[in-house]
Design a protein around this ligand. Structure first.
Ligand SMILES: Cc1cc2nc3c(=O)[nH]c(=O)nc-3n(C[C@H](O)[C@H](O)[C@H](O)COP(=O)(O)OP(=O)(O)OC[C@H]3O[C@@H](n4cnc5c(N)ncnc54)[C@H](O)[C@@H]3O)c2cc1C
Length: 268
């Protein structure tokens, strides 16, 4: 399904994370799955493209030059409120680069974007003995939503990567949280902060259900460790690369399938 949503308001949660609330009659019929990592594919008008109101991405592609085509990105549904018809996205603004980040940074009430979906595939398994959630800012919306869905008192180990203390957000959960924020230093070793934090963990006893998402190479290293060194079953993990360092989403999408296939062969 495709929906043309309107920006209702936006708010900076941290110096690099913008919350955008969408709504309007274009979201009528939006149906949220129970997955806590549910995401939408959004079509964002590029800077300077004035489509004159509600737009159909397919029609725009037929009628306009390529540089004015809407740009496709994926964002997690941080929250969907069926009572008010409000849909919340939390978007990382990683400098002036890209399309999605700058769009969110400058989003104003009345701005329009088309979204398709939602899709998803993970919700904390209530029968797991404990939960592991690992990621960077791009996975924070999914991890925040997932933390709200764990059973009361369930042990949850969370390792999150961000730029510093003022980039942390308050997370709430009925679970019993072991939460640690890791801070980048600007050095090359930053890429190993999350994998190292997972390697250092003393795992609680019992079956874990893991959610590991974020930058491709970091996620791949953690996945390899969880499978090879910790003996997790694939069915007990949701593990996927959301973005890849140095690559735009267009470049990443072109090679993602191949990359994920190679990831599969990391551990027999
Ligand atoms: C299922 C799914 C759910 C996702 N949910 C979210 C979400 O809720 N919030 C969110 O912010 N992102 C989310 N992402 C990631 C987001 O789609 C990508 O980060 C996307 O590339 C951002 O587009 P952009 O136009 O801002 O930057 P692009 O034009 O794609 O990239 C420009 C440059 O910025 C770099 N870059 C891209 N993303 C980041 C980042 N997060 N941090 C630092 N540098 C980056 C790229 O490597 C490239 O060098 C999700 C991805 C998937 C697949």
């Amino acid at each position: 399904m495709s929906y043309c949503a309107e920006v209702l308001r936006s708010e900076w949660l941290t110096p690099l994370l913008v919350r955008v609330e969408l709504g309007g009659p274009g979201l009528d019929g939006f149906a949220m799955p129970t997955d806590t990592d549910a995401y939408v594919n959004v079509a964002i008008p590029p800077t300077g493209a004035d489509y004159g109101g509600r737009f159909d991405p397919g029609a725009v592609r037929e009628q306009r030059p390529r540089e004015l085509w809407p740009v496709r990105r994926r964002y997690t549904v941080r929250r969907w409120d069926p009572a008010t018809g409000r849909l919340t996205l939390d978007v990382v603004v990683h400098g002036d680069d890209g399309v999605g980040g700058p769009w969110a940074a400058t989003a104003r009430p009345g701005d329009l974007l088309v979204l398709e979906g939602p899709g998803g595939g993970y919700r904390p398994d209530p029968s797991a003995d404990w939960h592991l959630m690992v990621g960077d800012e791009s996975a924070l919306p999914a991890i925040a939503a997932s933390l709200e869905a764990v059973p009361a008192a369930a042990p949850v180990t969370v390792r999150l990567l961000c730029d510093g203390p003022d980039h942390e957000v308050t997370l709430t959960s009925p679970g019993s949280l072991d939460l640690l924020w890791l801070h980048r230093t600007g050095e090359e070793t930053d890429a190993d902060l999350l994998p190292a934090a997972v390697r250092e963990l003393v795992f609680p006893a019992g079956r874990v259900h893991a959610f590991v998402h974020g930058e491709a190479d970091e996620i791949r290293a953690i996945r390899r460790h969880l499978l090879a060194e910790r003996g997790l079953r694939r069915s007990d993990m949701s593990c996927s690369p959301y973005w890849r360092r140095t690559m735009t989403d267009e470049a990443w999408r072109q090679m993602k399938k191949e990359y994920v296939a190679a990831m599969e062969t990391d551990v027999a």
